[in-house]
Design a binder for this molecule. Structure first.
Ligand code: NDP
Length: 434
């Protein structure tokens, strides 16, 4: 805490992992002897840089750019870029730290990293977003590469931004290095299923948790917070599996649609028009409510999928969900549930899938994109979705088995933390004190 003052989200993420590790350290004293814990929470490299750009009125704007290259024990640093006004070092470090263990859980050869900027793309024209991305990459390009560090999208960074970033990387380096970024357009090196992968993967993970208890998503009432990339695709997949998603949100409020969210309409408003969630209620008709204040979780559900941002679901939200009979909660976003909310779910016997496991489908499919780039191949949608599904089933199985091995059956938090940690710690031990 003293080494990293003020980085509250980073502290929260580290405490959550370290809380699970006592039994590992008893079993593996060699990890403590090699100071693995101290080393693993110190990033290998942190880059902070100025991002100057000119807005549409001709005024110079200055933002701050970050890339935290956290851990390369298992492969090149891998993790998204977040563009949101709340971004500062503590957010990027929490995300990078989580990414180390998440990437280990996927079983793919990727290390952990994260980056971004306090740039707010909302209300900015395409031309402004392009100039910002070009300036951001003009510094970032010297730190990344297929074998070094492979960024992708996150909040505020989707296909449009990845396109501008890739174009600038190519121009500066004079190299068509497909494997330097993931989340690319399908016609220029991207992978089918990558846009859907995180949301689909969350739902696949929930289905596995429910299956282990003799239940399924079919017929469940579901709430999904957010209405971005992860949320929309989670809604879509949950409804394909027979659930009814009755509510979703953005930072201005939430909508309740008892008939089930109309996914094509939501995509049109959010992905094409980049509009607000209130427009969904206006266009869907009088049966749909837009609620500007209050908590989406009050709508009550059997399955809850927080897919917006960190610490969006607190203890009182958890209490409301438990009262409404929630059976399973899985984190589509990174760290969306506060520690008190997680404790409440677990003590009420609610199945709880932590983000490290439940939302790992996105980065896993990014690794599949890297595989396709390396072999200059392009897989079909069906093949790629099957690979994603196998990966999510394996992650579920690995978490469940590890939790049992370490005396905490059914505790996916313990299972994910220990399983991810042991894999990285073993590799760090083998590679010496570096
Ligand atoms: P998007 O930018 O596509 O969507 C984010 C959504 O969350 C929007 O609806 C946004 O509303 C809402 N949101 C963001 N910040 C806040 C806030 N401070 N308060 C309330 N609502 C907010 O991002 P993604 O869908 O890609 O990411 C969502 C979460 O999933 C993040 O935690 C991300 O780290 C995580 N994740 C994403 C992966 C991916 O592949 N994209 C992979 C794994 C995890 P508004 O538009 O009003 O801001």
């Amino acid at each position: 805490f003293r080494r990293n003052p003020g980085e509250t989200e980073f502290h929260q993420a580290v405490v959550e992992v370290f809380d699970s590790l006592a039994p590992v350290l008893r079993k593996h004293p060699e990890f403590a002897e090699a100071a693995i814990l101290q080393r693993i929470c110190e990033p290998e490299r942190q880059i902070i840089f100025r991002v100057p750009w000119v807005d549409d009125r001709g005024q110079v704007q200055i933002n701050r750019g970050f890339r935290v290259e956290f851990n390369s024990a298992l492969g090149p640093y891998k993790g998204g870029l977040r563009f949101h006004p709340s971004v500062y070092l503590g957010i990027i470090k929490f995300l990078g730290f989580e990414q180390i263990f998440k990437n280990a859980l996927t079983g793919m050869p990727i290390g952990g990293g994260k980056g971004g900027s306090d740039f707010d793309p909302r209300g900015r024209s395409d031309a402004e977003v392009m100039r910002f991305c070009q300036s951001f990459m003009t510094e970032l390009y010297r730190h990344i590469g297929e074998y070094t560090d492979v960024p992708a999208g996150d909040i505020g960074v989707g296909g449009r931004e990845i396109g501008y970033l890739f174009g600038q990387y190519k121009r500066i380096t004079n190299r068509y290095e497909s494997g330097v970024l993931t989340g690319k357009g399908v016609s220029w090196g991207g992978s089918l299923v990558r846009p859907e992968a995180t949301g689909y993967g969350v739902v696949m993970f929930v289905e596995e948790m429910l299956k282990a208890k003799g239940m399924s998503l079919d017929g469940q009432r579901v709430i999904v917070s957010g209405s971005g990339n992860v949320a929309i695709n989670a809604i879509d997949k949950a409804q394909m599996l027979g659930a009814t998603v009755v509510a979703c949100s953005d930072s201005s409020g939430y909508v309740v649609d008892e008939k089930g969210i109309d996914v094509p309409l939501l995509r049109q408003i959010k992905e094409v028009e980049r509009g607000r969630i209130a427009e969904y209620a206006e266009r869907r008709g009088p049966s749909v409510n837009f609620v500007p204040d209050g908590s989406i979780w009050d709508a009550g559900a059997g399955v809850a999928l927080p897919c917006a941002t960190q610490n969006e679901l607190d203890e009182s939200d958890a209490a409301a969900l438990i009262k409404s009979g929630v059976r399973a909660v899985a984190e589509g976003a990174n760290m969306p549930c506060t520690p008190a909310a997680i404790a409440a779910f677990q003590s009420a016997g609610v199945l709880f899938g932590p983000g490290k496991a439940a939302n790992a489908g996105g980065v896993a499919t990014s690794a599949l994109e890297m595989q396709q780039n390396a072999s200059r191949d392009a897989w079909s949608f069906e093949h790629t979705e099957r690979r994603l599904s196998e990966i999510m089933v394996n992650i579920h199985e690995r978490c469940a088995r590890t939790a049992e091995d370490y005396g905490a059956p059914g505790d996916y938090v313990v299972g994910a933390n220990i399983s991810g940690f042991v894999k990285v710690a073993d590799a760090m031990l083998a590679q010496g004190v570096i």
